[in-house]
Ligand binder design. Structure first.
Ligand code: KG4
Ligand code: ZN
Length: 347
């Protein structure tokens, strides 16, 4: 089954064609990072207007580079939420038009489910054994999920305030590194004198400063305190390149340790067979290393960095599994709407 998916939930315009949920024929991502560097973040109206401009050229590029025509597509898919409303509307309107013109079924897919299914891209489905514990972390969300089987989710924990990606972005800005912050912090941290600085970890349990809980009982997260701690520490100081690297290392370690410890503890408590990392922050090499070196379970993360951050291939992967597990295959898209606050459906 060949699925063409469109993803426009935040600042990117992406079109992918994926076979059977795993084999990526094309995954074009037109990003607006250059535009947002100037403002230090995404300005929603600017994002949507750029997506309107990029939409048709990106669709054309996806079809032309693969020499696939619309007639050769079996199913269409689009991100219907969560995301920025103006941005979502561009993708949903476009796919509805295509579905009407070419008479194809259209599936509205949850962006978070796309991030989860990014792990199936370029893998055989049997490689990933259930039950799995998923740490899914990006700029806008931060969850620990128990996945019993395909599309069967149970929420284990979530952030009570900022997501880890947001913490990377905000603290990067405070220490004078660019946008997006995660990759800037990861790169700066390479030049650090390790352990020069230390920032507090919010375990949300009763533990002494500087110590790790012996047993993790709280699987929620909180990262807004880290932002405040970095702000207080840096204050109005003039930072050298080396200072930035040292702070970046301390920030990354603080975030990674909490995410990693909680993911590993959840996997053990829930007797998972597999740990999955997903979302933009799963691109972080320190996080991958931390989790992989603190468990004996197989740990997966999306096969390419471009599958970690927002992209349409992951939406096509999720759409494939939605299609396969749905009893009713009519997918009447006429009532399909965007939902900026769409959450995952938990069992
Ligand atoms: O999934 P994504 O592309 O968009 C959302 O759905 O939010 O995630 C973007 C987030 C940003 O906060 C970015 O700083 C973070 O993922 N990120 C990283 C890395 N690459 C992207 N965080 C840490 N290390 C990275 N290498
Ligand atoms: Zn995302």
């Amino acid at each position: 089954m060949r699925i063409l998916a469109i993803e426009t939930s935040c600042d990117e315009t992406s079109v992918a064609i994926v076979e059977n949920g795993t084999h990526v024929l094309t995954n074009i991502v037109s990003s607006q990072i250059d535009l947002h560097v100037k403002t230090g973040g995404v300005v929603p109206e600017v994002a949507a207007r750029e997506q309107l401009k990029a939409m048709q050229p990106v669709i054309r590029e996806a079809l032309e580079t693969t020499e696939i025509s619309m007639e050769m597509i079996d199913v269409l898919a689009v991100t219907r939420g969560p995301g920025l409303v103006g941005s979502l509307l561009v993708g949903v309107n476009t796919t509805k038009t295509l579905a009407y013109l070419y008479d194809k079924p259209l599936l509205g897919i949850n962006h978070l489910e796309g991030h989860i299914y990014a792990n199936w891209l370029e893998r055989t489905p049997e490689e990933i054994n259930f039950p799995a514990v998923i740490l899914t972390v990006s700029g806008g969300h931060n969850e620990l999920i128990y996945m019993k089987d395909h599309r069967n989710y149970e929420l284990i924990g979530r952030t009570l305030d900022d997501a880890a990606g947001e913490a990377f972005d905000k603290t990067a800005r405070i220490i004078g590194l660019g946008y997006p912050g995660g990759v800037a912090i990861q790169n700066a941290a390479k030049e650090a004198t390790p352990d020069k600085y230390w920032f507090p970890r919010a375990w949300l349990q009763d533990v002494k400063r500087g110590q790790r809980p012996k047993k993790i009982t709280n699987f929620n997260f909180s990262f807004s305190g880290l932002k405040t701690a970095v702000l207080q520490e840096v204050n109005d100081k003039e930072l050298s390149e080396q200072d930035r690297a040292d702070y970046a290392h301390a920030i990354q370690t603080a975030i990674v340790e909490v995410l990693g410890e909680k993911a590993v503890a959840a996997a053990s408590q829930y007797e998972a067979k597999t740990i999955l990392l997903s979302g933009g922050v799963s691109a972080n090499l320190a996080l991958r290393d931390y989790v992989a070196s603190h468990t004996k379970l197989p740990v997966f993360w999306p096969k390419k960095i471009s599958y970690c951050t927002d992209n349409a291939a992951m939406m096509a992967a999720a759409a494939y599994f939605v299609y396969q597990t749905s009893q009713d295959k009519t997918f009447d898209w006429k009532g399909l709407e965007t939902d900026p606050n769409l959450g995952l459906e938990y069992a």
